[in-house]
Write a protein that binds this ligand. Structure first.
Ligand code: ATP
Length: 264
């Protein structure tokens, strides 16, 4: 099978579903961070914009953590999308984005799962990360810049640099790259439009159906400090993790806390 890595905005646009036809598509060979690029331009964007980079030199995760990548091995893009707002209505957005990515991969023959709040997991390890950053729009709306980093393959050198067990999707790496981006963008656009109308509630069941650690004993950590421990029972209508602790049910909001399996 041929390995295609040539990203092309016209080819992606031609392959997108009609729900994504209004999205402007930009491809760059290399940049620091596609999220940073779009965040700097939100006020000038005429409409939803997808920016894909062949390589990122300063990829970001949550709380300033790094997102590492290698040209050809990683798929990195950000989608700037304007929501009606207010800002607090976007609290479940990273989870809805996870649903969109995971469902797309499932439909392409690669079942993946979700780890609360916003990681894609395959074979127990992290396959993709999602970073949502927001900016208030002048008219009361809110711009969200939704960054996605997906490991298509995982070269040894990159895995060593990351320094933890990670996953990849070699099957999708063999797919024509523009078709893969178009499939992801088409479903994402549909999910974002729906989310803007309804909020997270209709996505809770879809998220829970993909939950990697359902009924597992987990720990909630804040900068390495144990905050809570209990049995993970999926998310509620707002995207809060339901945790059964010794003291009863605790609802965890997604902030900068991290989730780990208890035995790790
Ligand atoms: P965690 O994954 O530790 O629970 P998080 O979900 O907040 O935290 P993100 O902000 O999504 O993490 O991503 C940053 C973290 O992901 C980094 O600290 C690093 O450990 C890990 N990481 C960096 N690059 C990759 C990659 N290409 N694949 C998988 N994991 C990565």
């Amino acid at each position: 099978m041929t390995f295609h890595s040539d990203l092309n905005s016209a080819a992606i646009a031609a392959l997108c579903a009609t729900g994504a036809s209004h999205v402007a598509i930009e491809v760059v060979a290399e940049t620091g961070s596609t999220n940073a690029d779009l965040l700097a331009r939100c006020a000038q964007l005429p409409g939803p914009t997808l920016r894909i980079a062949g390589q990122q030199t300063a990829g970001r995760g949550r709380a300033g953590r790094p997102w590492l990548s290698q040209a050809d091995a990683s798929l990195m893009f950000s989608l700037a999308w304007r929501f009606k707002g207010p800002l607090h209505a976007l609290v479940g957005l990273p989870l809805a984005v996870g649903v969109a990515l995971a469902e797309t991969m499932g439909s392409l023959g690669v079942p993946v799962q979700l780890k609360w709040p916003n990681d894609l997991i395959k074979d127990g390890s992290k396959l993709a990360g999602i970073l949502v950053e927001t900016q208030q729009a002048a008219d009361g709306g809110v711009w969200a810049v939704i960054g996605c980093g997906i490991n298509l393959t995982m070269p040894d050198a990159l895995e060593q640099q990351i320094g933890r067990s990670v996953s990849a999707v070699p099957w999708l790496a063999q797919m024509e790259r523009n078709a893969l981006v178009a499939a992801l963008l088409s479903r994402l656009a549909g999910v974002l439009a729906e989310f803007d109308d309804t909020g997270f509630a209709p996505f809770a069941q879809r998220w829970n159906a993909l939950h990697a650690w359902q009924d597992r004993q987990v720990k909630i950590l804040d900068n390495g400090q144990l905050l809570q421990q209990g049995i993970a029972a999926g998310v509620d209508q707002l995207g809060r993790l339901q945790l059964h602790t010794e003291g009863g049910l605790v609802e965890i909001m997604s902030g900068d806390v991290s989730l780990r399996l208890a035995q790790e």
